[in-house]
Design a protein around this ligand. Structure first.
Ligand code: DSN
Length: 419
């Protein structure tokens, strides 16, 4: 045991026992929540480092506190690596996580009441894309596009254009949190150009897949601003980045600090630099491609067993399973059933869901964490069979117990990084 861990065990056994419990949970079962991952041991080391002691308001070379030679080094490194990886001109790596990251962009360009076009939460958009319950949804006038069953659950760009021409939003936002397809950024850009709007993509879920070349990069289609969290498919610490064209750099930087935030979390920025460095290696590209091929293998298995997936499949790392249609159970029951067999997923509303968010009609399933752990198509197929078996037998305690043992047996052959 390392010295700091030993001190924690001795000095705060309550926190230590929860930590050990969580390590055991992560080791025993498999994580299939699409927004989660197992980060690198190096990232864990940086997060627990003395960079957490430091206040660094401002930006490299222009700080409000002394003692910044090493914080400047790591923030510059993170910014340079982000720009190289995403082929962009400027990166702000200070957002504390996804919500402030998106808020900083809105507050940089919009006044209260201004229109912005985004994906409806109930059709796959994120809470921070203007859900009525969010503060941003109350401050700005979010106009929402949706997906359509007659378009196989895809976006209808005719509708996006009509909404854009009618509302004349200042920002056209492409981004999702529960949509298993890639986006056609060229179409969004064409529509935004017609009304002279800023193009913003929130690629939080797929940042790692874009960095690894497995999905389209919005900057290749002329987008102005891309936001991404760093802890999902990018495999870094919990944090956020705003990437943009040079002409927006100053406005974005001022909006993050001093506009919205105070001191950046320098231990997180050190960890972001590490994750971005790892993402520059050729193996990361292989990882990104495997997240996608694993998702396809899982989708094929589920569909072949009669399960119903929103949009009929996946282009990315994520599947949205309609548990009501497939197994006659709501997403909460499905999530709890899979918890019992050591497979972690999350309940999820599906487009035009008649059920409420805490008892929605589906679950989300994703591959980034399982892929990090070394799962390949053969393991995804086994998981697919267990998922179907467990959901179909959700009231059969003996069957669930047997499946749990089988899942744990499989997981024992795939160590969690850092554990
Ligand atoms: N909560 C994240 C997700 O699961 O998609 C997004 O913030």
């Amino acid at each position: 045991m390392d010295r700091n861990r030993e001190r924690l065990a001795q000095n705060d056994p309550d926190v230590f026992s929860a930590l050990v419990g969580e390590e055991d949970r992560q080791r025993r079962g498999i994580e299939l929540i699409p927004s989660e991952n197992y980060t690198y041991p190096e990232v864990l080391a940086a997060l627990g480092s003395v960079f957490t002691n430091k206040y660094s308001e401002g930006y490299p070379g222009r700080r409000y506190y002394g003692g910044q030679e090493f914080t400047d080094q790591i923030e510059n490194l993170a910014r340079e690596r982000a720009c190289a990886l995403f082929r962009c001109e400027h990166a702000n790596v200070q957002p504390l996580s996804g919500s402030p990251m998106n808020q900083a962009v809105y507050l940089a360009f919009l006044k209260p009441g201004d229109p912005i076009l985004s994906m409806d939460l109930s059709h796959g958009g994120h809470l921070t894309h203007g859900a009525p319950v969010s503060h941003m949804g109350k401050i700005f006038n979010f106009v929402r596009y949706r997906t359509h069953p007659e378009e196989e659950g895809r976006i209808d760009f005719g509708e996006v254009r009509e909404l854009a021409l009618a509302a004349r939003p200042k920002i056209v936002l492409a981004g999702y949190t529960s949509y298993p397809r890639d986006y056609d950024y060229a179409e969004f850009k064409k529509i935004a150009d017609e009304i002279d709007a800023i193009t913003m993509a929130d690629v939080s879920h797929i940042g790692g897949l874009i960095a690894g070349g497995a999905l389209r990069n919005p900057f290749d289609y002329g987008f102005d601003i891309v936001t991404t969290t760093t802890h999902k498919s990018l495999r870094g610490p919990r944090g956020g980045m705003v990437l943009c064209k040079k002409k927006f750099a100053k406005t974005i930087d001022q909006s993050v600090f001093p506009g919205l935030q105070g001191g950046p979390h320098m231990n997180t920025i050190a960890a972001i630099a590490i994750a971005l460095g790892k993402a520059q290696a050729p193996e990361f590209s292989e990882y990104a491609m495997t997240c996608v091929s694993n998702a396809r293998a899982l989708a094929r298995t589920l569909i072949s067993q009669g399960a119903s997936l929103v949009t009929g499949g996946t282009d990315n790392h994520m599947l949205v399973l309609d548990s009501v249609q497939s197994f006659g159970i709501n997403g909460r029951v499905a999530e709890e059933t899979l918890d019992q067999v050591a497979i972690t997923t999350n309940k999820q509303i599906i487009p035009d869901d008649p059920n409420p968010p805490l008892r929605p009609s589906g679950i989300r399933i994703g591959t980034p964490a399982a892929t990090t752990r070394g799962f390949r198509e053969v393991e995804m197929e086994r998981l697919g069979h267990w998922i179907v078996e467990a959901l179909a037998a959700h009231q059969d305690a003996a069957a669930l117990e047997r499946i749990r043992r089988e899942v744990e047996q499989l997981c024992s052959g795939f160590p969690v990084p850092g554990l």
